[in-house]
Each structure stands twice: as C-alpha cells, then as structure tokens.
Design a protein around this ligand. Structure first.
Ligand code: BGC
Length: 811
C-alpha cells in the first residue's frame, strides 16, 4: 500500500525531496500512557469527522520506536516493523500510504500503536567480554509518533497535543525480548493525553528510501512432536526471520507461550543457547469465546522450530511460520547438476531474506541482529545478484555516513549502537575489513547498477576512512593493536572465524597486520577509482599514490623472495592474488604456495569472513580451475557443502556450527543464519555461469561472459535481472564439447572471453579466431541469444594433488 513514489529511486535519490516540497506541520507527540522501556505498549488516538470523502487520502507517518497504525480499526499498509531502522539520531524514515479506502464519511478514528523496537528495547549486550551489560534506550527513552493526513492535497489531520493516549494489549515487547499480548486487554479506552517531544528535530525525517519490510508466503508445519510436559515442537522446515502465526481456541485467561529455535540438539532437544540474552518468546493470553488468531506486532525471531506451551484449557487450531524481509524482489537464479549446490544457493537466498530487514544484519536470532559492516561488505556482491539490493544498500550507506566519526573511523555496526554509550562500548569502531564497507559497497553499486551517484555521495566518506586507516600506524603497513584488544581504536577482526584446521596442530592464519594492510590497499584503490569516475582528479592521484605505497610496502613486508607469503595461509594468498598484490614475476611461485596451502588441508577451507569470498575467485584467477572445483565440492568440514549435507536451510556462521557427530559447536556463539559465507554465490554467477558487469560500462550495459567449466557442476543455468535487462547463461557438456548459451539483453552488449584451454570455439556456428595477448579468445556479442561451442583441451596447470601434502613448491 505504500505509494510507489516513496520507493522509486527518483524520489529516494534526493533525501528529503518530498519534505522540501511540503514541510511537516505535525508534532512528534508522546503518549502520557507510556511508562518507559519494557512497559506496556501505548497508543495514540484521534477522532475526526469528514463531511465529504476525498478522492485520494494520504497518510505520512513516522515514529520514535515502532508504530502500527489503524484507521477505523483497519491496519494501514502491509509493511511491518515500521518505520524501519536507521541511525535514528540523524535519519528517521517516514512512510506514505494511500488510505483513501480506509476513511468514511462522518466519524473516523485513527489509532497509532507504539512500541520500543530498535529505538529503546535492548540492542546488543552479550554474555561475554566487555559487553556484559545489556543496553536499553539506545537512541532515546521516549517513544512517540508524528503523522499527517491529507485529502486531495489538503491537510485533514496532524498529530498535535489534542490527541489522547491509552494502552494496547501488547503488555511488553522488544526486538530480542519478543512480545506478550493479552487479548483480554483489547479495546481499552484512552484515558490520558499526550505531550510534545521536546528536542525532536523534524530535520531527521526522510522518506523511506526502500520498500517496507514485508511478509512472504508462510510455511506450514512439516513435523511436530509433543514432549512429556505436553509441549509441542513444530518444525516448519525452513530457518527464517519472522514469526509464528496461529489460531487458538480455549478458555479466557489461558496462555500460549511460543519459544523459537533454529536447531534441535543432537538428541532432539530444543536448543536456545545461541539466543543468549534474547528471550525471543511470544506469550498470548486468550480472551476466550471462539477462535483467536494472532501474530506479533513489534518483534521478529530467527527460527525454524517453535515450541508451544499451553497453560490453562486451550488448543492450537492452526499454526504456520511467516517470513519477513526487505528483500522482496528476487533478481537471480543459479542451478546446476549438483543438488547440494542448488540448496546452498537457496540457503543463501534465505539468509539474505532473513538478514535484509531494513538494515543488512549479521543474524536474525541472538542478541545481536546488528548491521555488522564486515558482513555486509563481503556479501554485497552476492546480494545484488540474488535480490534487488540497490536502494537497500544505498539507504544503509547513508547511515554509515552519518555514523562515521570525526576521525574517519566507522563503527563496527551501523546503525551505531554504541552511539551515546561510549562508556559501555569504548572505541567500537575502526576495524579494517569492516569499515571498508564504505569503500567496497559503493563500488559494488556502481558496477552492478551503474550508480555513479552512489560514488559521488560517498566519496568523501571513503577518503576519510582510508585516511583513518593510514593514521593507525601513520604509514602503509597497518599494525592494529594486539588481538583481543576490542576496546582499542584500530582493533581489527582480521579474518574473523578463520578455521585453524581440524587437528590439534593449528594451521597458520593471516596476521592482523597483513589483513589490515591488504584492506588499506583495497580501499585506497577503490577510492582512487571512484574519484576518477566522478572526476575528482586530485583525489584520484592521491589515492593511487597511496595504493602504490601500500602495495610496495606489502610486498616488502609480507612476501618472501621465494614468493611465499609470510603468513602462509589460504586467506593471505587468496586476497593478495585476487587484488594484484603479488609482483608478476613472482606470481607462479606464489600460486604454487597458495595451492600448497590448500593441499595441506586436503582441500578443506581455511578462510574466515574476509578470506572466503576471495578463495575461489583467486584460484580461478590463478588458473587453478580443477582445484577450485575440488574445494567447492568437497563435503567435509570446513567446506560449503558440509552444512548443506547436514540439513542446513540457511548459511551457518561457522563452518562447523554443527559437527559431524551432530554436536552443536560452541552453542552460545553460533548462528545458523549468517549470510557471510554465502558470498560464494557471486562466484557461481561470475565464474560457473560466467557473466559479470564490465566496470568500464557499469550496470551490465556491457556484459562479460567468461565461463569456467567445472565438469562436476554440469549442467549449469543462471539468470540475472540486471538494470540493462535479463542476462542469461547456461552450459552443458556433451562428449568433449561444451555447449554454452549466452543471452545479452536488448540495449546491452556482450563480450565473450574464453580461457586458453578452451579451443576450437564457434559462435553461432562461426569459428572464433580472435585471441588476446593473454591467449584468451575474445569476441563481441550483439543483443540476443548466442550458441557457443568449444572443447576443453590440455592438462590442468594445477592438477588436484592432495596427497602427500607438502609445503615444498614443485617449481
Ligand atoms: C557477528 C558478526 C560480526 C562479528 C565481528 C559477530 O558477533 O555476528 O557476524 O561480523 O561479530 O567480529
């Protein structure tokens, strides 16, 4: 029901554009019935009369906290958790709804229910380290609403101090807490007034840049069991973010309690250890006298299983789980001959849906659900293939920018929950790999969607970030404070959760200094490129020089003359090779050591959050196609398919979240719905299906088709709805021939690039003769569908040779 105008890029491109056209007359008002954080949800009410119905009525509305608005008892719009989540102190979204059909001639009533939400219910605080204290009232301790109703452009009503306030049946709610709803407390008349919220500045109001959070198709129960205490656990078959929707029947005062869990323990026990401080419970008290249907208003959970406890005489008549997300438009698909991979892609889609809830978050279940910048940074490329993520990410980048500190550092999470709580969370900002989101994501938006404005808007924030990282050590090599020193400025998460191997003898991992220095290089380089695109030559030159300095210093400090990296682990090699940090003459030897780092783990993954997305692209770049295929397809831990084989329906936070014997690993620091490792999907589109946007003509105006044939994936088919139109690619193997189909949308152009070992190629029946200097075949593609044939010839440059593993390079 949200007006289209509110979500189209044209309007969103100018924050505050609508506002400028028509300033707010309404007042941000606070219900006097509100007793503060954790108390019963209040509501605001106004009765008004209309002599004549307007042809078109619009409500624009926002709140401090969360709101749900009803006109004449009917819910306004189908968005949930409005007004969404932003860095509230600087930006607060408002929605505009067409409410024409909800109004009637004569008396009308508008009710606005309010709840604590992200604004003041507990956000963060975990049972470890310095974060033991739960934090409440992050952005303020007052909740309230601002709303204006217009009819045919004329003001009909606005929030002001004549409104009344009362209490809703929501007895308590919180993002982590869940919700308690007492149906016996419905329709309580307002008994108090309201007050203007002093100090609220309407300047923070911005039109919601994206669609609201929406419900998706519900999931029915696939299995259920009842324990000896009479509690029934329902399995909905899909891990997701959302809530349970149920119908119950029973006596007045009977209570239905719903607990949520992502997994069951080895012995089938309902496992909530990973929720930590998040109670994540819903309690519904029946009013009695017939069927009662309920779903929570002001919370959501990350779960696949729900355990229902009934106190009193009542029964569940119907129950389902309802996913919610901001990622409502799917724009990509990838399928191949391996069912586990297909499920992995689905799992990534579900992890994106679950974690694109107005803000890109780490997870939807435990006492975090935060906009961890590093997670978004590594996943952005994949996000843009799978769902329309353009304005979702741009909206978030605006929050990143307002949360960036004076010194250029960027909080680890945005919206910044340490805002105003520096005492509890000192220096909760400035990690490389995380804050680099400000440089990486605008570039992703530029290449993927052709969005030059994203670069213009963020350029100075990029520059300030890069200068901040340089300032940590005042030089090209970054020396972050010692590991574990969370509270020290410049602390880095490095390659977070990088596995040390499966044996008692740990494998090498990347040093924080190398990880931070590599990221300083990546971000300096991207800032230089962005500056060039927007025509800021001075900055482009400064950043190019800086990137060169960092690269030279990296080579001096972290690459031995033999070509081996000082930190001899998969992440170091993958990042250094992918980002061209290794001198050309050394590359073959470095690649050999890279290959060794994989042979040493028997093809298992040795990378964490920042290394993982780079691993397979780096192997492909090095020409080690067979090894990339082997690593991707191996089903042991650590590996992408291990979790799929073990029943995952979303992407796990840790490679070994559930161990081979079914034991839950470190139950309190474990999420089964973290999209970071799903970033491998970008590789599936760009290498396995083989298409990507050409940064020279971004937005898929020019599409590069460069498939890598992984025989064990055959047949492969993928599509992506790019701004330029639908791009498709598919291939299969027939004998020694590969048949590859590429579809270039109208108005775009394509370039086909074929690896050296792909020979005797034809394009639509005609031989392809042209080869580039690097030996790759290269030919232009017109819009339309093209049939390409070629043979894979020759021996692999880096055959898979996993045993005996040795550190000695074979050249
Ligand atoms: C979060 C992450 C995040 C990380 C930073 C975790 O607790 O869930 O995904 O990036 O902390 O180290």
């Amino acid at each position: 029901m949200a007006l289209d105008a509110e979500v189209t890029p044209d309007v969103a491109a100018e924050p505050g554009a609508l506002l400028a056209r028509a300033g707010w007359k309404a007042t941000m008002i606070q219900p006097l019935s509100d007793a503060g954080v954790g108390s019963r949800s209040p509501y605001l009410r106004k009765q008004f009369s209309l002599d004549k119905l307007p042809n078109r009525a619009e409500l624009r509305i926002s709140a401090l906290g969360l709101y749900a608005c009803f006109i004449n008892g009917q819910r306004v719009g189908d968005d949930v958790l409005t007004p969404g989540w932003t860095s509230y102190h600087a930006r607060l979204s408002y929605q505009t709804y067409d409410v024409t059909k909800l109004l009637r001639e004569g008396e009308n009533t508008i009710d606005i229910w309010l709840a604590d939400g992200w604004m003041r219910s507990q956000i963060f605080g975990a049972p470890f380290g310095i974060y033991k204290t739960p934090i409440f009232n992050t952005w303020g301790d007052k909740i309230g609403a601002i709303a204006e109703l217009t009819g045919d452009g004329r003001a009909l009503l606005a929030t002001d101090t004549t409104w009344r306030s009362g209490l809703t049946p929501v007895m308590k709610s919180g993002i982590y807490f869940g919700e308690i709803y007492d149906a016996r407390e419905e329709n309580v008349e307002p008994s108090l007034g309201v007050e203007r919220i002093e100090g609220f500045s309407k300047d923070v109001l911005v039109p919601h840049e994206i669609n609201g959070i929406r419900e998706l198709e519900p999931f029915p129960v696939v299995a259920s069991t009842t324990d000896k205490n009479g509690r029934t656990t329902y399995d909905f078959g899909q891990n997701l973010a959302g809530y349970v929707h149920f119908t119950a029947r029973g006596e007045r005062g009977a209570r239905v309690t719903i607990e949520h869990a992502e997994v069951l323990d080895k012995d089938g026990t309902f496992s909530t250890a990973n929720l930590r401080l998040a109670e994540a419970q819903v309690v519904y008290v029946l009013k009695g006298g017939g069927e009662e249907t309920y779903k929570p208003h002001f919370t959501f959970h990350g779960f696949r299983h729900a355990r229902v406890t009934i106190e009193g005489d009542a029964e569940i008549v119907a129950i389902e789980s309802v996913p919610i997300t901001s990622a409502v438009v799917q724009t990509g698909s990838f399928e191949c001959g391996n069912a586990l991979i297909n499920r992995l892609v689905q799992n990534t889609i579900w992890s994106q849906r679950s974690n694109f809830i107005d803000v890109p978050t780490d997870c939807p279940q435990r006492d975090e659900r935060l906009g961890w910048t590093g997670d978004a940074q590594v996943f952005a490329g994949t996000a843009c293939y799978l769902h329309d993520s353009h304005w979702f990410l741009r909206k978030w980048l605006r929050d990143v920018m307002v949360d960036q500190r004076e010194d250029g550092s960027i909080p680890h999470v945005v919206p910044d929950v340490s805002w105003g709580h520096e005492d509890l969370m000192p220096n909760f900002r400035g990690s490389t790999g995380w804050g680099d989101a400000i440089c990486v994501i605008p570039w992703v938006l530029y290449t993927h969607y052709g969005d030059r404005e994203a670069l213009e808007e963020t350029l100075s924030a990029m520059e300030r970030w890069v200068d901040f990282i340089w300032s940590i050590s005042d030089g090209p090599i970054v020396y972050p404070p010692r590991g574990g020193a969370w509270a020290q400025l410049g602390f880095t998460f490095g390659d977070w959760l990088q596995p040390k191997g499966t044996t008692v003898k740990p494998l090498p991992t990347i040093g924080d200094d190398a990880a931070a220095t590599i990221y300083l290089y990546i971000s300096s380089d991207l800032t230089a490129k962005a500056a060039e695109v927007v025509g800021n030559e001075d900055l482009a030159t400064r950043m190019r020089e800086r990137a060169t300095k960092v690269r030279d210093a990296f080579q001096n400090e972290f690459i031995a003359p033999s070509g081996r990296l000082v930190y001899d682990d998969q992440t170091s090699y993958a990042l250094a090779i992918l980002h061209d940090l290794v001198p050309d003459e050394m590359l073959p030897r470095t690649v050999r050591y890279f290959v060794n780092s994989i042979e040493r783990t028997d093809g298992r993954i040795g990378t964490g959050f920042i290394g993982t997305p780079a691993l397979l692209p780096a192997l492909v770049k090095a020409g080690a196609f067979e090894l990339a295929e082997y690593v991707f397809l191996q089903e042991d831990v650590p590996g992408w398919l291990f979790q799929v084989r073990n029943g995952a329906t979303t992407i796990w936070e840790r490679w070994d979240a559930i161990q081979a014997d079914g034991t839950l690993f470190d139950p309190a620091m474990n999420s089964y719905n973290h999209y970071a490792y799903g970033a491998v999907c970008q590789f599936l589109f760009e290498s396995a299906a083989g298409f990507r946007a050409d940064p020279e003509q971004p937005g898929f105006d020019s599409i590069i088709f460069e498939p890598v044939i992984f025989p064990r994936l055959a047949p492969v088919a993928a599509h992506h709805d790019a701004p330029a139109g639908r791009v498709e690619a598919a291939w299969d193997i027939s004998g020694e021939w590969v048949n590859f189909t590429a579809v270039v949308p109208e108005g775009a152009t394509g370039t086909l690039v074929l690896a050296r070992r792909y020979q005797d190629a034809t394009l639509d029946g005609e031989p392809i003769d042209a080869r580039r200097d690097d030996g790759k075949a290269c030919v232009q593609l017109e819009p339309g569908t093209h049939r390409i044939r070629f043979r894979v010839t020759g021996e692999p440059e880096y055959p898979v040779n996993l045993s005996p593993a040795t550190n000695r390079p074979m050249i």
